[in-house]
Design a protein around this ligand. Sequence first.
Ligand code: NAD
Ligand code: AKB
Length: 314
Amino acid sequence: MERIIITGALGQIGTELTLKLRDIYGEENVLPTDIKKPESSALKGKTFEILDIRDADRLSELVTAFKPDTIMHMAALLSATCEKDPKLAWDINMGGLINALEVARNHNLKFFTPSSIGAFGPSTPKENTPQVTIQRPTSMYGVNKVSGELLCDYYFSKFGVDTRGVRFPGLISHVKEPGGGTTDYAVEIFFEAVKNGRYTSYIDKNTNMDMMYMDDAVDAIIQLMEADADRLENRNAFNVTAMSINPEMVANEIRKHIPGFKLEYDVDPIRQGIAESWPNVIDSTEAVKQWDFNPQYNLAKMTEIMLQAIRNKQ
Ligand code: NAD
Ligand code: AKB
């Protein structure tokens, strides 16, 4: 991997991914794109192109001009947003994905896109969810993610495109706010703890979901993309996780730093329903075995860093 174009680069993952890729591969070798301008983003003021991922011609023009060897496809709508407009979700998530795969096929690019724990559903085993298992999700996001995993596998087996991907859990970060997912509470809780000393959670008390700190997520993407292809038995949708947590666990960890922190609940039935349809904890053994996935942040370490970073911002 030497020269990379990124779609959806202004998002929660894309922002930090772009910054890290620029550090490693050089600023001139990384082209972030998004449907929006980078006005209040950490990416403002540097090379950037506007791209609606549904516009295949514009994508092809950008790739022809920039000549990347890799595309990292992040443009998508997340789980809660998908439920508000399922048809738009299909158009962006599936239409965008096939445009990105086609440009990879036509220009011989390596390809990365994330799937999600959202690709699982209520009939999936909830504990230590295996790499290969039942996937009958009930959300539009989940339907998109399962279809996307299969489509990426198909482009590898049919056309030989070097597609790679992971199933990310909820990602926790402080640089860019999350983009409308079910797991967003686990970011908001830290910001509200520092600002107001309290948080009202839309996810219920004992609902466990997998999570990971953003630095581990970005490292995982780069590690997988740089992994020796001969070691990869799977190509796409590797289970990855660093912790399985619920709101009470996060609150208890926050109280070690902010003793009076108060957690209340006002459960949102839509996002709670999605959360309950997802696993409690997935098994990332295959990612460890095939490309040395090795997350560095647990809940305690992540909480310390999140609270400090948010305090510094304020
Ligand atoms: P995000 O919502 O923060 O960012 C998505 C970006 O895509 C936004 O900047 C948005 O402007 C852009 N976008 C939306 N529609 C577009 C279009 N038509 N054309 C071009 N750009 C468009 O999302 P994220 O959290 O950065 O997620 C990136 C990918 O990772 C998605 O596929 C998501 O499903 C996946 N993922 C994220 C998480 C997480 O917790 N953040 C977890 C699992 C999987
Ligand atoms: C969401 O909640 O939609 C995302 C995800 C886990 O895919 N954070």
